[in-house]
Write a protein that binds this ligand. Structure first.
Ligand code: NAD
Ligand code: ZN
Ligand code: ZN
Length: 361
């Protein structure tokens, strides 16, 4: 027996999103229905609406979510009705070539629900990142549900489901930041500020935050930045070198994802340092570099998919740090909004007014 709930869909390219009735089927084998308590508004949702991801409209948007498991399908043993979970968009398969080699955070065959949610006329919906959580309930693969301490505020820990995890993990997992490191973060939105927070948690002693918007730099200081650079006024490469004894940072994280910011990251890094690309470029973007600089500067040029996280390992640990007051996830929640305000939240995001607007049910 299916059920009808309210959800936010994007019907066609560029058109404003709308709240409508969606049909959620009973969970099949390996699937779960989650009653959503909170879901953050992420840039990727806007990318979907604008046709930047693919053309499979209509989309059911939303993917940075926390909620309560309501129903599970056959064979589900890791979660049960009543569990408080954060949803993830990389449910590890356990058997692909990456998983078998003990690197499940790279899993090349992640799981989503097999059944589709639909509109009332039967039109199949494409859930954003296989989640679709701007909805009172959503259908996911049970592996997309990670149990965390129910004492945590849903609007805060739900953000671990995407951007905040990507940023924290870019520093802690991909960049391998450790105590005493110098780190620079280019672009201090939700993802970049989480990278700043991750660098601080990992023990970095110098953390340089770079943005073109001075409001973002004020926020970055709250997350642990020791230096700030306004890239619209100052050359960020020079400024990062100046903050690191003239050498450059051990790890530079590009949380914008444009050729110019990646090049800044490349040259603002110390010899044998690491560049981490966590911002997502568009298909048109190209980069050209002297190959001798790539060789001569050494080190590692890495990309960070979802912060190289392992939800089952990282979500409960980060929730614990949050509950202990050592990771301020509340500071990412600029505002709590209702389901019918997602379009509005896109505007505020576009103007840089918020780190995260979070839909609360
Ligand atoms: N790798 C992943 O798994 C993953 C996950 C989630 C998001 N992302 C990506 O991370 C990126 C950042 O996401 P967000 O939610 O923080 O976005 P955001 O728009 O909130 O933040 C981007 C920040 O970059 C700043 N900026 C723009 N151009 C700049 C420049 N030239 N120099 C310095 N700063 C500049 C903006 O002022 C803004 O503060 C996006 O590309 C997003 O798609 C990646
Ligand atoms: Zn796998
Ligand atoms: Zn996201």
């Amino acid at each position: 027996m299916s059920q009808e709930v309210r959800g936010v869909i994007s019907r066609s390219k560029g058109a404003p999103v709308e709240v409508t009735t969606i049909v959620v089927p009973d969970p099949g084998p390996g699937e779960a229905i989650v009653r959503i308590q909170s879901c953050g508004v992420c840039h990727t949702d806007l990318h979907y609406r604008e046709g930047g991801i693919n053309d499979e409209y209509p989309f059911l948007l939303g993917h940075e979510a926390a909620g309560i498991v309501e129903q599970v399908g056959e064979g589900v043993t890791d979660v049960a009705p009543g569990d408080f979970v954060v949803l993830n968009w990389r449910a590890v398969c356990g058997v692909c070539r990456a998983c078998r080699r003990g690197r499940p955070w790279y899993c090349f065959n992640t799981h989503n629900a097999k059944q589709r949610m639909t509109l009332t006329d039967g039109t199949e919906l494409s859930p954003a990142l296989g989640i679709g959580a701007f909805a009172e309930k959503t259908l996911v693969h049970a592996g997309q549900c990670t149990k965390v301490d129910p004492a945590a505020r849903p609007a805060a820990v739900g953000l671990l489901g995407c951007g905040v995890m990507a940023g924290l993990g870019a520093a802690m997992n991909t960049g391998n930041v450790t105590r005493g490191d110098s780190v620079a973060v280019i672009g201090c939105g939700g993802v970049g500020d989480a990278a700043v927070a991750g660098a601080a948690l990992a023990g970095a002693t110098t953390i340089v935050a770079v943005d073109t918007d001075s409001r973002k730099l004020d926020w970055a200081r709250k997350f642990g930045a020791t230096h700030t650079v306004n890239a619209s006024e100052t050359d960020p490469v020079e400024a990062i070198r100046a903050a690191t004894g003239g050498f450059g940072a051990d790890v530079v994280i590009d949380a914008v994802g444009r050729p110019e910011t990646w090049k800044q990251a490349f040259y603002a890094r110390d010899l044998a340092g690491t560049v981490v690309l966590v911002g997502v470029p568009t298909p048109q973007m190209q980069i050209e570099l002297p190959l001798l600089d790539v060789f001569g500067r050494g080190g590692a040029l890495k990309s960070s998919w979802y912060g190289d996280c392992l939800p089952s390992r990282d979500f409960p640990m980060l929730t614990e740090l949050y509950l202990q007051g050592r990771l301020d996830l509340d500071a990412f929640v600029t505002e709590e909004i209702a389901l019918d305000q997602v379009e509005n939240a896109f505007d505020r995001m576009h103007h840089g007014d918020v780190l995260r607007s979070v839909v609360v049910f």
